[in-house]
Design a protein around this ligand. Sequence first.
Ligand code: BDR
Ligand code: CA
Length: 313
Amino acid sequence: RMRIIVDADPGIDDALALYYLRDRPDVEIAAIGTVHGNVPVEQATANALRLTERLGLDVPVATGAAKPLAQPLMTAEDVHGADGLGGYAGDEPTTSPTGQSAAEQLADLARRNPGELSLLAIGPLTNVALALQIEPRLPRLLDKVVVMGGALNVPGNITSHAEANFWHDPEAADLVLAAGFEDLTIVGLDVTMQCHAPAEWLEALPGDCYPRRILGFYADFYGSFLGKRGFVPHDPLAAAVLLEPDLATYHEDRFAIELTGRYTRGKIVADQRFLAPDSPFGRDIATERTKAKYAVTARTDVFLDQLRRAVAQ
Ligand code: BDR
Ligand code: CA
């Protein structure tokens, strides 16, 4: 069984990622950390607790960073609803978060289980950046790391060039991409936007299932964003890629986050030029960056079938 720490900002598609993981017999969710992003962190934590209660998951939930490293807090209620779960967050949770911060939890668990835990980061990367300060050996202590974020060769979704998770904390994302993680995969919009679930997919779910209820708001947003009905399951696709890397194909490269661009702050960049061996030019995004795999295609049909099974229960 793969043991996974989930770092998330629930968030409608974050909720679907938890459904996806819960459905997999080959997975143990070891812990959840929450982070600002789609909603303020207090709301993200309450939602994570509500979801673990609803899903019957006995998993520690730690509250994470309330704001980005170097910019003011910005949230995305237009996409996920004022409560982050499309208006259906419901009652206050009956369970409570642990006393630790999400960054401490991540550093601690990694130290106590060297090489045994994988990380699925589906919100802004503030907690992961803070955990690197607490435990600089983190890149060698974790097994696989899958990050949902980035728009490399496609438009952004929150600005013209930036994807939301990286834009919510560009400095944190840049630190993570430079940190030396040995097995790092990035699942960005280049591949998630190929996995659009059409309105019929949604309508085929049982009318009373919770995912269908929370997806109403998200589908309305995507209808207005893309001009077609349906939605994009970014975070569950990242979960699927962690468990089944063969669901996607990848471009391996070294990546950075643009921090100072006038229109491009928060955008992921790579030096994708062809450079002949005798080229006078050097690579400008180069050796100090960790090599990572960036997903470029995915087996959409297989994944959407898996997701349907996971959420329809
Ligand atoms: C990402 O941003 C959030 O809105 C989603 O939960 C996902 O993690 C997609 O850009
Ligand atoms: Ca998310």
